[in-house]
Design a protein around this ligand. Structure first.
Ligand code: HEC
Ligand code: HEC
Length: 241
């Protein structure tokens, strides 16, 4: 009899634990500060007609999507090292398809213990809310979502940038001295729009290093966060000329 009661209590405890975890998966909506996308669950589907939501009948409203939620996280925390040019450890996380097919490795690497070599990003464990967003993306079905050009940035930017209007000036100030057409440092010439676009992977990787880290560009030290964010936003927006 005693034994049966114990078994019964055990089952109740397990059931309780399970229901807590799944509730957490469904309830936690940790984007308040990560993005300001009006499609997100905050608006609980009633926000479809908010003035700044132009997509109106977005079928993905309420779900975590790559474009709105996951891409900004990966761009901020991972893509500097895991892009098609650098590909640390053979891992490239710079597209929807690549992120989707490697989601288990992504989550696993971010849940390593602090201090483990394999913990990603290497600079330290990401916020629990960020990891939860990736887990929820998986539970929601790894949706791609629509690109929302004005809403991509994690840095609060809401501008749209162009090469001619915003980026070429930064390059002229910060890079051209060494990376012009004549004898460019490291063979890296970014004197035109096309050359910049064609070699953008390694560009982002280098400007995203920390001051003092080998290879940081410009060599004098990491640029202002606002400038780096502007360049990243431009890349997210598809690098308009
Ligand atoms: C500063 C560079 C850097 C950043 C940023 C970075 N990684 Fe890595 N990553 C590495 C290096 C180096 C390795 C290979 C050595 C190792 O495992 O420590 C690696 C290995 C990996 C691996 C394969 C090994 C494993 O643990 O399974 C995965 C997956 C991975 N990273 C995912 C990520 C994710 C996800 C992020 C962002 C949250 C991230 N990385 C951010 C440098 C980086
Ligand atoms: C004072 C000179 C100087 C300035 C300014 C400078 N760089 Fe460099 N850069 C170098 C030198 C030298 C190398 C070659 C050594 C190396 O790879 O670190 C290099 C290499 C690079 C590489 C690696 C090229 C490759 O194919 O591996 C990239 C990318 C790069 N720079 C981007 C930039 C960007 C972007 C800026 C502006 C934000 C910039 N650099 C500003 C001197 C400079």
């Amino acid at each position: 009899m005693k034994k049966l009661t114990l078994i019964f209590m055990g089952i109740v405890a397990i059931a309780l634990a399970l229901s807590c975890t799944s509730d957490r998966l469904l309830e936690e909506t940790p984007y308040e500060d990560a993005t300001t996308n009006p499609d997100l669950p905050d608006s609980e589907n009633s926000g479809n007609n908010t003035p700044d939501n132009t997509s109106g009948t977005d079928p993905n409203a309420g779900f975590i999507t790559y474009q709105a939620d996951v891409k900004p996280i990966l761009n901020q925390l991972c893509v500097a090292c895991h892009n098609s040019a650098l590909k640390e450890d053979g891992v490239d996380l710079s597209t929807y398809y690549l992120a989707k097919t490697q989601i288990n490795d992504i989550i696993e690497s971010m849940q390593e213990e602090a201090g483990e070599d394999d913990l990603m990003p290497p600079s330290g464990r990401a916020d629990a809310a960020i990891i939860q967003t990736l887990i929820s993306w998986k539970t929601d079905g790894l949706l791609e979502g629509e690109a929302t050009p004005d809403d991509q940035g994690s840095g609060g930017s809401n501008g749209s940038y162009t090469y001619t209007g915003d980026i070429s000036g930064i390059i002229a100030d910060q890079c051209i001295l060494c990376h012009g057409p004549n004898n460019p440092a490291g063979g890296y010439d970014i004197s035109t729009y096309q050359k910049t676009v064609d070699q953008i992977g390694v560009f982002i990787a280098r400007i995203d290093l920390q001051t003092g880290q080998a290879g940081v560009m410009p060599p004098a030290g990491r640029m202002d966060e606002a400038i780096i964010q502007k360049i990243k936003d431009w890349v997210d927006q598809g690098m308009p000329e």
